[in-house]
Write a protein that binds this ligand. Structure first.
Ligand code: HEM
Length: 351
């Protein structure tokens, strides 16, 4: 117990507590003082609040790592520079390509991309619907005086109206079953890959690679159970279906900060790394003194020197240069040559 307090990151704890309190405040504001909050969803709310706290805590600890901190600081500095328009345009473009469509997976395999895309799209849409519902930010009522027109409210304001029994209403009420179908197909495709790819079979772990897929399938299948129940069973098994869905969703929410799903929140930071690379190229590339080839931006090399120095590493050479001025290829070559010279001088090449 005391060990926990010793290792507690106070900065991250403070930020996570602020995020938690802000979310609770937004529940009150968004649901108009709990008027539109569905009390049946309290367990989901507790799971969501735990996830908010845990994700903020871990993100904050991650941002404190010197390289991440440098990338983070520089990304915002370049974004809000005089190049704001091109950088925001580029970031939006990459957001659509690499976050919404995850195109960076495509070169690794077409079916791998299709599987991930279906799974990610299903999850993203499901979160966009269920999290605001759970927090009481959106709810549905009949239009006053009507029994055929439904009204959607966000933060207590009417935002859309639609006719019951219309095609639109059917899809609005069935958006989660559609998401479940996408998630199940995507997860099964990913599982198939994990069962047939020799490299994966050798390296995968249950907790890191199978559990996330099993959990997503469990959430989707139990969710579909709710739909099946009210569509075909007249709600006779509602309690069982609702409880099993709640259990799987809450397990998922509580696990987000600790497991593989945390990458959903880390990935978007990659947009900053792209701005960093672009800006670095503009400012000039570093040339390796050994290979005479460009290998990274001068800014990247200088930032690396700052970070390694902060971490207590001294890479300065006696002749005033620095190990980090050499490209990885150059470093290997210099090292091999030094070994060769030492062997030659000792008169023995083997043993
Ligand atoms: C992969 C993500 C998810 C999928 C595919 C999914 C799927 C489903 C489905 C198909 C339903 C039944 C909808 C209906 O026909 O009315 C449902 C219900 C529900 N889901 Fe999920 N869900 C997901 C994640 C979540 C999350 C993250 C939350 C909460 C934070 C959540 C909360 C709920 C709630 C409150 C209900 C209604 C439960 C009830 O009527 O007892 N779901 N979900």
């Amino acid at each position: 117990m005391f060990k926990l307090f010793e290792t507690l990151d106070r900065k991250a704890f403070t930020k996570a507590t602020i995020a938690l309190l802000l979310t609770i405040l937004l529940v009150f504001i968004g649901s108009r003082n709990l008027q539109n909050f569905d009390a049946a969803l309290i367990a989901y709310l507790v799971g969501t609040l735990f996830a908010v706290f845990g994700i903020t805590y871990r993100y904050s600890v991650w941002l404190q790592r010197p390289p991440t901190k440098m990338y983070w600081r520089r990304s915002w500095q370049f974004l809000f520079s005089r190049n704001f328009i091109p950088y925001i345009g580029r970031s939006l473009n990459l957001f659509v390509r690499n976050i919404l469509f995850q195109r960076f997976i495509y070169p690794r395999g077409r079916s791998r991309w299709i599987g991930h895309f279906l799974l990610a799209t299903g999850c993203m849409i499901a979160f966009l619907v269920t999290i605001p519902l759970t927090l009481g930010w959106i709810h549905f009522t009949f239009e006053p005086g009507s029994t055929v027109t439904y009204e959607a409210h966000a933060f207590g304001y009417s935002v859309a109206k639609f006719q019951l029994n219309s095609f639109l209403a059917f899809n609005i009420f069935h958006v989660l079953p559609w998401c479940s179908v996408l998630v199940v197909i995507g997860a099964v495709m990913m599982m198939r890959r994990r069962l047939t790819n020799g490299g994966l079979i050798a390296t995968q772990s249950f907790e890191g690679d199978w559990l996330p897929l099993v959990l997503l399938i469990a959430i989707s299948v139990t969710g579909l159970g709710i739909t099946y129940d009210y569509t075909f069973l007249e709600g006779k098994t509602n309690q069982f279906m609702s409880v099993t869905h709640a259990i799987t969703v809450i397990l998922f929410l509580v696990w987000i900060p600790f497991g593989k799903f945390f990458h959903i929140f880390q990935r978007p930071a990659q947009l900053g790394a792209n701005i960093y690379r672009t800006e670095g190229k503009k400012r000039g590339m570093a040339v390796c003194p050994h290979t005479k080839k460009e290998y990274a931006s001068k800014m990247h090399v200088n930032d690396l020197k700052t970070i390694t120095e902060d971490l207590g590493f001294d890479f300065n050479l006696e002749d005033g240069r620095n190990h980090l001025d050499f490209s990885p290829e150059g470093k290997r070559s210099v090292l091999a040559k030094a070994h060769y010279k030492a062997r030659k001088e000792s008169g023995k090449f083997f043993g």
